[in-house]
Write a protein that binds this ligand. Sequence first.
Ligand code: SF4
Ligand code: SF4
Length: 256
Amino acid sequence: MAKKWYPVIDYGECLECGICIEKCSHGVYDTSKNPSPIVKHPEACIDHCHGCGNICPVGAITYVGDDTRWLPPKGNSVAVETCCSCGSDEFSGKKILVEYLYLDLQTCDRCIGTDNILDEVMMVLTPALKLAGYEIEYNKIEIKTEELAQKHQFLSSPTIRVNENDVCQSVAENSCGCCSDISGTEVDCRVFEYQGETYEVPPHEMLAEAILKEVFSEAEGGCACGEYKLPENLKIFFNGKSSKEGDKCSCGGSCC
Ligand code: SF4
Ligand code: SF4
């Protein structure tokens, strides 16, 4: 059966910035043609992933088979803003929004590993949930700056939310060598606690259970407006990362 979900590029709009090629970790685009986005392996695209479309600055990417109400955000927030920036009153009826929020998918083993497991779980659950009449949206959000962390009320990396509810009841962390390298300072990242064990990369069954629990519990999205404070650990990460990036660049501030 032909693949029913993959990106389509509007070359009339495309700026050939190559961001979508960099973004996709699933080999959908032909990297040898970078920065021209050529969809070489549509079959590798993850059902209901809007990863590249969410970051395309001009909205040049749409998806074959997209039956969600997703619209290209053209560089703006990927979340639909409703009463407040949390979007929590958006989820009613049979809509499931799964969000993956992370610090780094280039070098951080924990973020990359969790990303892969979540993709696999979504690949299995999405067709069944669609069959049951649910509308599924799956977004990935890179938290590049302190401002984005504030905007998304980010507490710890990586975070998985289902209809705005964190799949973890609380934040547990341990030292992360990868993110410490990225920021040049000692930082902690999330660990996942499941059935008495602690994991740096969550097991498939933990994520599947959390998503299905949200679907069948008819839980209301949690609104944490006004209660958020950027954790010190993330402040240290962003400060360290920007000083490290500043050290690397010799432009004197003119190029970055
Ligand atoms: S991110 Fe958008 S503008 Fe940039 S190369 Fe991809 S399709 Fe073109
Ligand atoms: S939708 Fe996701 S998996 Fe598909 S090409 Fe874009 S980033 Fe890659």
